[in-house]
Design a protein around this ligand. Sequence first.
Ligand code: ADP
Ligand code: NA
Length: 333
Amino acid sequence: KFTPRVFSGIQPSGSLTLGNYLGAMTKFVDWQNRGTHETIFCMVDLHAITVPQAPDTLRHNTRELCAGFLASGIDPEKSILINQSRVPEHAQLGWIFNCVARMGWMGRMTQWKDKSGKNAEAASLGLFAYPALMAADILLYKSTHVPVGEDQKQHIELTRDIAAKFNHDYDVDFFPMTAPVIEGAATRIMSLKDGTKKMSKSDPVEASRINLTDDADAIAKKFKKAKTDPDPLPGTPEGLEGRPDARNLVNIYAALAETSVADVLAANEGKMFGYFKQDLADLAVSKLSPVSTEMARLMKDPAEIDRVLARGSERAREISVPVLEQVYDIIGM
Ligand code: ADP
Ligand code: NA
């Protein structure tokens, strides 16, 4: 029996950002509640350690991320919530895919180029191989759909290349061609300090991002200090061209208010950004504070979070163990 499955992951490499929330988390909750697909969501701790993580911080971030999933509306009865390292088939299939993927494919990944920077010789081998492990995360469950932000598009294309090469090399029709799902208003939320850079939880500049753990004061301060230009809000989206910082703030407002950029501009034409940022901060606080309050409540009982993840791993392995067994059999192992 064919089960259509949705898989996606988030790295426990820092506290969840507004970008993760709008670009990923709210979409995960939609998929879950639609009920058309089995949904699996993963704390990808094996990905996080491709760059150094302090052990206690990683442990904390993994639990806090799980609390973020639960507080955002992921129900561990409806969805499977797992910690990547605790479902060993991820790493096992990841190795197989290291042997399927080609060096040249990996070297072309823009995230590898960005993250390894000018000193690729000093980057970990894991950082280079990361997209093959990501393909394993997805294909281990034969996932058909992967909701992600725009930054992950190239990695999903690579996942399809790996699936196609595996199917071709072993003359099987085993792995599906997974579709990326990149839709909605918030596929790419930008840094508050540089509208040409993605907002990321691993950005060393704290003021560049809103974190779900920020209180109302911190949120207001960060929006107040967000980069803008001296012009007021235009009346239509064309007026935001060449104004990446202004566009980002309007886009964030539209995503939080679940409306369109055009509607936000129509209602705010001529307003100065100083005032608009205050409205934006109020809106963000009203949307995020129930989530952050619930996260803080859940974090008071870390043992319960660990139990949720342990239960999720058991359920995931009912799928992943037989799939890996079939892969080994196909390969001749
Ligand atoms: P980060 O860069 O914050 O560490 P991850 O690599 O853990 O994020 O990505 C988790 C999910 O959040 C992915 O689906 C990714 O596409 C999405 N995402 C991350 N940053 C943004 C952003 N700024 N805007 C929209 N989606 C984002
Ligand atoms: Na990151």
